[in-house]
Design a protein around this ligand. Structure first.
Ligand code: BES
Ligand code: MN
Ligand code: MN
Length: 443
């Protein structure tokens, strides 16, 4: 199919504002699921179903069927993160625009553009592979629908291999296969200091202030040195082997470039004893995403807020578990909040970390596919992000291949998310080649 036509079709998918965490977009999520389902039917799937939810269904597909051929399960997600702050987008997030060989839109790299590659690689090629599809619509909100589905029907993940395309190259020209994903524990910490808000003149100087207490509490949870002060938090964390750390030194990653070109800040922070890659890939984190409460509207209001809430999350690394970290955070908040404050923790969603052995044959075949199409095979790397359902995808024992065709500067979750068209076209070719190699390997 010609590229103009492909780009038109991708743009149609990208125009759907399928933001899973905002209920106002429920219909859009459904609409994106329908886009995926129509595509699967067109590819010759004889069984396409919406599972688990009316608004954020998992799109299941099966076929085309090739007797005796290996079964490959393709995973991706059609939901996206909220696009705000809108004012910072050069062109609107749901009006895909091509500039300088890149398509700018929310979801272009994460993950609609990559789902598009997985599907278009099948189109017209008829590789000797039995395809299964699990394309979910709640990845950005913890994947509850898919988790529940796989608990009820674990056989959905039965396959000879699972391909997850939701990540990036480690650098331009350097495709990767990932050996770990960090997990996540997302929570709201709420602090209450009085029955209701108070006039800051009448009460200021003597009454407690919820925002002040919340800030202090957050400051205690993570110190200025970057260390997370949650008892037990680091205990299960293992350092990467010497060989792995040495291999990372050979990757085209430069701490200075990371600061000036990617972060575009003035200083990198975190645990100084460890390299930046170790901080990003092999250590757990604590981040504040937003603080709610008090007066933030136009103008000025003199009030002492009685309640304040912080949205926070912790990234978890192999051997940490979501369950244990939830308990540790709840206990730490209780311990660190002063007695005159009511502090509570509500957990929104989370995921265990994932660790994958990458020796099985399908990993090598993907490496070959990348080599044949891009000139370079894959390097093993770790990922800082999370894909909650990966441990469940791995539970039936099939090798789960974590890869992607994005680039590190795609600005996932941020304004001006983009996907380079070179990556898009290469991505389609790489996956098509991989399907052929996988099919040929078992003939
Ligand atoms: N595609 C990302 C995960 C990712 C990003 C992996 C970068 C590796 C490198 C995925 O869509 C994502 O953003 N996941 C969320 C999951 C969370 C909301 C449970 C994340 O990591 O924040
Ligand atoms: Mn994603
Ligand atoms: Mn994402």
């Amino acid at each position: 199919m010609d590229r103009e036509q492909l780009l038109r079709e991708l743009s149609e998918f990208l125009r759907i504002p399928s933001v899973s965490t905002l209920t106002a977009h429920n219909e859009d999520c459904r609409h994106a699921a329908e886009w995926v389902a129509a595509e699967l039917r067109r590819l010759g799937c004889h069984d396409v179903q919406f599972l688990g939810s009316d608004t954020h269904p998992v799109v299941w597909g099966q076929g085309p069927e090739v007797p005796g051929a290996p079964t490959l399960l393709l995973y991706g997600h059609y939901d996206v993160q909220p696009p705000d702050p809108l004012a910072e987008w050069t062109t609107p997030p749901f009006e895909p625009t091509v500039r300088d060989g890149r398509v700018y839109a929310r979801g272009s790299a994460d993950d609609k553009g990559q789902v598009f590659c997985l599907l278009k690689a099948i189109d017209g090629a008829k590789p000797p592979v039995n395809f299964r599809f699990l394309i979910e619509g709640e990845e950005e909100f913890g994947s509850k629908v898919l988790f529940d589905l796989l608990r009820r029907e674990p056989e959905r993940v039965n396959a000879d291999a699972v391909l997850v395309a939701d990540m990036s190259y480690v650098a331009p020209g350097w495709p990767a296969i990932y050996t770990t994903l960090r997990g996540l524990c997302y929570a709201e910490i709420t602090v209450r200091t009085a029955k209701s808000d108070l006039h800051s003149g009448e009460y200021g100087g003597a009454a407690p202030n919820a925002h002040e207490e919340l800030c202090r509490l957050l400051g205690r949870l993570k110190g200025e040195d970057g260390k997370v002060n949650i008892p037990g938090f680091y205990a299960p964390v293992k350092r990467p082997s010497k060989a792995e750390l040495a291999a990372w030194k050979k990757l085209p990653f430069n701490e200075k470039d990371f600061l000036t070109k990617r972060v575009q800040g003035k200083k990198l922070l975190g645990l100084k004893k460890y390299s930046v890659l170790e901080r990003l890939w092999a250590l757990p984190t604590f981040e504040i995403h937003g603080i709610l409460g008090g007066f933030t509207g136009e103008g000025a209001k003199t009030v002492i807020p009685a309640e304040a809430t912080a949205k926070v999350s912790m990234r978890l690394v192999p051997n940490q578990t979501l369950k244990a970290v939830e308990r540790q955070l709840a206990a730490a908040v209780k311990r660190l909040a002063p007695s005159y404050v009511t502090a509570s923790v509500r957990f929104l969603h989370g995921a265990d970390p994932a660790q994958i052995e990458v020796d099985a044959a399908p990993f090598k075949l993907l490496g070959q596919a990348f080599k044949q199409v891009t000139g370079r095979s894959t390097v093993p790397a770790r990922a800082g992000g999370s894909i909650p359902v990966v441990p469940a995808l791995a539970s039936a024992g099939a090798p789960v291949i974590l890869t992607g065709i994005g680039l590190p500067d795609d600005r996932l979750h941020a304004p001006n998310e983009k996907l380079d068209l070179k990556q898009l076209w290469e991505g389609i070719d790489v996956f098509r080649r991989f399907y052929e190699l996988l099919g040929a390997a078992s003939e």
